[in-house]
Design a binder for this molecule. Structure first.
Ligand code: NAI
Length: 342
């Protein structure tokens, strides 16, 4: 079972246990639309012992506010003054990065490259220096390119470990579960749709055929299938349009980001077999020049990549979607690498 769809029941359960809190988490971009609710959700997670919230603005206020929630973890905010970024990263075992510009109507995620590439690069440089062993989850878009940028930064610093770097694609899995269960009348928590390849338009490939409710929709084909796949791929646009220029998905992304982080935390606490779809350096399509790819990834007891599972059985329509988008993904990855070699 994939992680995202179990979030609500698991969170409810975990709040009522006395699970040992022992992991220090840093959120970079903590005062943003995603960063604030994500920080709140992480403050509620009993597996977090300390939260460092960094942003170029308002982080102290967010930390003061979130810090009043009466959960055992401590919470400190840092701005850029007085070496705040380095202080925020000291001792961090998990670093989540939602810093960067969100989309406005009409923009693709790739349109964010110019604004966000340097933000992510600079934050990654600090992480490579201060907390090179931390597990890093990248939310900032375009994820298909920002993850390779972080890899290049870590390689340059001589501290790259591909098992510790993740692109957060969890929102695609959350959306696929919500939208399919809405059509099929299934329980969202039991409607676990693997979503593979990447995190941008056509590179978001839901494998609906791999669960009974989705298989029915795939076999029926036609308009219902086409509309469902499109909605999963472009669900982000739905939010961008509805917010009418005020940003992109923040609350559902915070939920997804908290679920992603919870997967790492549970694996680090000793839960076996924690598996989630996430965008990592992957051997699966390397022979086609694609070095990063999202597929089900099993975590080690260190909260790092233990096993990269293949995509599994595909319906011919899914095979077609997957093959068609690999050149796009390849370009996205190359853009990240090129940015770092310039
Ligand atoms: P936002 O504009 O509300 O917040 C971004 C925050 O980053 C701001 O508080 C800003 O001050 C901060 N920031 C900017 N430069 C920084 C720096 N150098 N260091 C630290 N903080 C810095 O944007 P929002 O809505 O929170 O989105 C953040 C990113 O997440 C965007 O790139 C967006 O496209 C992406 N995103 C990713 C999703 C995914 O599924 N992976 C889903 C939705 C959004």
């Amino acid at each position: 079972m994939f992680a995202a769809t179990r979030q609500s029941s698991r969170l409810a359960r975990s709040f009522s246990t006395s699970a040992r809190a022992n992991t220090r988490v840093a959120v970079l971009g903590a005062a943003g639309g995603i960063g604030q609710p994500l920080s709140l959700l992480l403050k509620l997670n009993p597996l977090v012992s300390h939260l460092s919230l960094y942003d170029i603005r308002l982080a102290a206020g967010v930390a003061a506010d979130v810090g009043h929630c009466n959960t055992p973890s401590t919470c400190v905010g840092y701005g850029p003054e007085n070496d705040g970024l380095k202080k925020a990263l000291e001792g961090a075992e998990i670093i989540i990065i939602p810093a960067g510009m969100p989309r406005k109507p009409g923009m693709t995620r790739d349109d964010l490259f110019n604004a966000n590439a340097s933000i992510v690069r600079d934050l990654a440089q600090a992480a490579a220096e201060v907390a090179p062993k931390a597990r890093i989850g990248i939310i900032a878009n375009p994820v298909n390119s920002t993850v390779p940028i972080v890899a290049e930064v870590f390689k340059k610093a001589g501290v790259y470990d591909p098992k510790r770097l993740f692109g957060v694609t969890t929102l695609d899995i959350v959306r696929a579960s919500a939208f399919l269960s809405g059509i099929a009348g299934t329980e969202p928590k039991d409607t676990n749709v693997p979503v593979v390849v990447g995190h941008s338009g056509p590179t978001i490939v839901p494998l609906l055929s791999q669960l009974p409710a989705g298989k029915k929709v795939v076999e029926q084909g036609g308009e219902t299938l086409a509309a469902l796949v499109k909605r999963i791929q472009y669900g982000g646009d739905e939010v961008v349009k509805a917010k009418d220029g005020a940003g992109s998905a923040t609350l559902s992304m915070a939920y997804a980001g908290a679920d992603f982080t919870d997967s790492l935390l549970r694996a680090m606490k000793g839960e076996k077999g924690v598996t989630l779809c996430t965008y990592v350096e992957s051997p699966l399509y390397k022979d086609q020049g694609v070095e990063f790819f999202s597929s089900p990834v099993e975590l080690s007891s260190e909260g790092t990549v233990a096993k990269i599972h293949p995509v599994g059985d595909l319906h011919p329509t899914e095979q077609k979607l997957l093959e068609a988008c690999l050149p796009d993904l390849k370009k996205n990855i190359a853009a990240g690498v090129k940015f770092m070699s310039a």
